[in-house]
Design a protein around this ligand. Structure first.
Ligand SMILES: [Zn+2]
Length: 349
């Protein structure tokens, strides 16, 4: 949420700092919005949130590309003692980053172990110049989903200018695959023939990829562009655990051919099961769909199938609520980029 108001918002981390919370009480006049007061009736938790916000202000960051600082903190109670833990963003090389919230949770685990991360982290608080409405990037959603008691996790943004504090539920950023609306062949924005082609292509893609570590979650994806081409990819893992995501993979192939506008993407998993679509992959899809939006085209249809003739369909906009893309941060740069990379007859794949 919120902390993402500049291009930099995409990137992060930071500092490994745990500060015993034995300092003086907060003197900052943090105050919850009325909606947030309803979410956090507990006075002890409120005090912890305000304390974390005070501490987050000094979280170290190194956003060398975006210059956007993501300063995060939480308070965990371990053996009846409160501890403040900080996280911040670091950016490096090609736009890569360690993100603030992932940094923070990793620090909690480093200091107190994974059980504390799962059971004692009740909120992630961001100290921000201005609180907006964006949530975490897809990858940080995957991470928070995996390592915290995510159903009960609160996301806090403390706005520096007026000390307003906004609290939301992390679960507002999640949409499980079984919540994707059931779709019939007729309700989709592609023809039955195109759907059959994409489904078959994705299923064939899934036969490949690299699955030395990935077992249950292996998927294949195929996408159809407005120029009529199909691109496909399967997930690929490696020893460094830098997983290559199927939707990201096919979108990269399409972009390589300057074929930037996709109509629909179909994802398949094991026959008889609905495939998981990770939030990181949704982030890639959302970014690409924002190109469509910029060009006045409909959003990309995200379609999943169980391989037995059943389909669910949504959009990346719906599957990644409160998302951000370069459209938000660099609207003119994106317009210029797409204009400069137009192809009348996109190169065949
Ligand atoms: Zn992130």
């Amino acid at each position: 949420m919120i902390r993402y108001i500049a291009p930099g918002s995409l990137f992060l981390i930071a500092i490994l700092a745990a500060v015993a919370a034995s300092g003086p009480p907060s003197t900052a006049s943090w105050h919850l919005t009325s909606e947030s007061e309803a979410l956090i009736p507990d006075a002890t938790l409120r005090a912890q949130i305000f304390r974390a916000l005070d501490a987050a202000e000094s979280a170290g960051t190194d956003p060398s590309i975006s210059h956007f600082k993501v300063r995060a903190a939480t308070v965990v109670t371990v053996n009846k003692e409160d501890h403040i833990v900080l996280g911040g963003n670091t950016e490096y090389e090609v736009p890569e980053a360690i993100h603030g919230e992932s940094s923070l949770l990793n620090h909690v685990t480093t200091l107190y172990g994974p059980d504390v991360t799962r059971h004692a982290v009740r909120f992630v608080a961001f100290f921000s110049e201005r609180c907006g409405v964006s949530g975490s990037c897809g990858d940080c959603r995957d991470f928070q989903h995996a390592v915290t008691d995510y159903a009960h996790l609160f996301i806090v943004c403390g706005q520096a200018s007026d000390h307003t504090v906004r609290v939301t539920r992390f679960s507002d950023q999640l949409v499980d695959e079984d919540k994707f609306p059931v779709a019939s062949r007729d309700s989709l924005p592609i023809t039955s023939g195109e759907l059959a082609q994409l489904t078959q292509s994705a299923a064939e893609a899934r036969l490949g990829g690299v699955t030395l570590f990935t077992t249950a979650r292996h998927t294949g994806a195929a996408g159809l562009s407005f120029s009529g081409k199909i691109y496909r990819a399967a997930g690929g893992d490696d020893a460094a655990f830098h997983y290559r995501f199927p939707i990201g993979g096919l979108l990269q192939q399409a972009a390589t051919e300057r074929d930037y506008f996709l109509r629909a993407i179909v994802v398949v998993g094991e026959k008889g099961q609905w495939p998981a679509v990770s939030y990181r992959d949704r982030q890639y899809g959302f970014e690409s769909s924002s190109f469509n939006h910029e060009a006045g085209k409909p959003p990309i249809a995200l379609i999943i199938t169980d391989g037995l003739g059943h389909f669910r369909a949504t959009t990346f906009e719906a599957a990644l609520p409160h998302a951000f893309s370069t459209v938000n941060f660099m609207p003119q740069a994106l317009k210029d980029f797409l204009a400069a990379h137009q192809t009348q007859t996109p190169t065949a794949k």
